[in-house]
Design a protein around this ligand. Structure first.
Ligand code: UD1
Length: 360
């Protein structure tokens, strides 16, 4: 069996890192295509190096552009590659413009699509990611849902065939990575942080980061938390943070470039609270038993909220400040990592090998 994995943005590198060795062990010849949606070293290369992801066979170098242009350039780069490689299936992850571009091209070429992290919904179509999720799922052949909730979302949209509840590769990886961390990771010394005494923050989504007033309100709240704040700044928000004097002497906010995956897990695991608009971090905080505040009004990871480990604060500064000091939940964690998600995905692909083209 020959597959093509299409990645392009940070969270996809992490997910591909889990699947790549399992595909290889199963004898599946997988070629990676990197669209170049994320291209800075600390948004891309560092993940390939640290997580030992196989070198991409193709890199498209698309880079930043308005969403239509970005998606279109990815599509025209992917089409000749799919044509040349004639894969039995393409593998795509999550909800980015890279995911959507690959799904559109493959679907029109009748190439089966395996969508990992299928069925997640925030029910907020003003998010570009939600549009990407819905369209991708309706084009996919294999819908690898991380949870029963995600599978139920697919059924509710009339998708019945090809749904497999397999678990979550990011939960498996976060758990395995945290297990291997030393008790006092050296990255905490970089900022003289004590375990359990600081907030870890990432904010980058268009809905939160493109409005300066909203962003300034959030940063104002972070300054009033009464604890050090490590803000790992996506390039989209770095200029605003700099303009606001974040990270200047005396400021409680420590601004850092995006962290590597292992650094992120180390900083999350030892944080008192995580404050984020990222999807992945909400789950990682829950796996690592760290309370999370999500700076959005919706989440596609509803089980983190139902369990009490995550709360939706919206972008209201007062809500962020008061929730940061809420007592630690004593409820069970929403996720159990068994380390077998990738194996279940590969088993499902192998099991339906013969009719792959027919069921596309
Ligand atoms: C994308 C995904 C989002 C995911 C996030 C992870 C979409 C619609 N969104 O958002 O779901 O959570 O990746 O990080 O696909 N930039 C750089 N260097 C880089 C990458 C980006 O400077 O290496 C800057 C550019 O100014 C760019 C902006 O970040 O315009 C936004 O990048 P983009 O790829 O459009 O979306 P993300 O916000 O990263």
């Amino acid at each position: 069996m020959r597959t093509i994995t299409v990645v392009g943005a940070r969270p996809q590198f992490v997910k591909a890192a889990v699947l790549a060795p399992v595909l290889a062990r199963a004898g599946i010849a997988d070629s990676i295509v990197h669209t170049g949606q994320h291209y800075d070293r600390n948004m891309s290369d560092v993940f390939f190096d640290e997580l030992a992801i196989p070198e991409p066979a193709y890199t498209l170098g698309v880079g930043s552009a308005p969403q239509g242009q970005q998606t279109g350039e990815m599509m025209s780069g992917l089409e000749p590659i799919f044509e040349r490689e004639q894969p039995d299936c393409i593998i795509i992850y999550g909800d980015t413009n890279t995911t959507l571009a690959a799904a559109l091209v493959a679907a029109k070429m009748s190439i089966p699509i395996a969508h990992v992290e299928s069925g997640c919904r925030s029910f907020d179509r003003s998010m570009p990611e939600e549009v990407n999720r819905v369209v991708t799922d309706h084009l996919s052949t294999f819908l690898f849902a991380p949870t029963e909730v995600a599978a139920a979302n697919l059924y509710a949209e009339g998708i019945r065939d090809g749904v497999h509840v397999v678990g979550d590769v990011t939960i498996d990886l976060a758990h395995a990575t945290a297990e291997r961390l030393p008790p006092a990771p050296s990255i905490l010394n970089r900022w003289q942080l004590r375990r359990g005494s600081y907030a870890f923050v990432t904010i980058h989504r268009a809905g939160t980061a493109n409005d300066v007033v909203t962003f300034e309100g959030i940063v104002g709240a972070l300054r009033q938390l009464g604890m050090p704040v490590v803000f790992a700044a996506h390039p989209r928000v770095r200029p605003m943070l700099d303009a606001m004097g974040a990270g200047a002497p005396g400021d409680p906010i420590i601004v850092t470039d995006p962290l590597s995956y292992i650094e992120t897990i180390a900083v999350v695991k030892n944080a008192r609270v995580v404050i984020t608009d990222s999807g992945g971090l909400q789950k990682e905080a829950a796996v690592l038993a760290v309370p999370c505040i999500t700076v959005r009004t919706t989440t596609e990871w509803i089980e983190t909220v139902r369990s009490g480990w995550n709360v939706l604060a919206g972008t209201d500064p007062e809500a962020i400040i008061s929730l940061a000091h809420r007592p630690r939940p004593d409820t069970p964690l929403p996720y159990v990592a068994d380390g077998l998600t990738a194996a279940r995905i590969v088993n499902a692909l192998m099991a339906s090998r013969a009719p792959l083209k027919e069921i596309a």
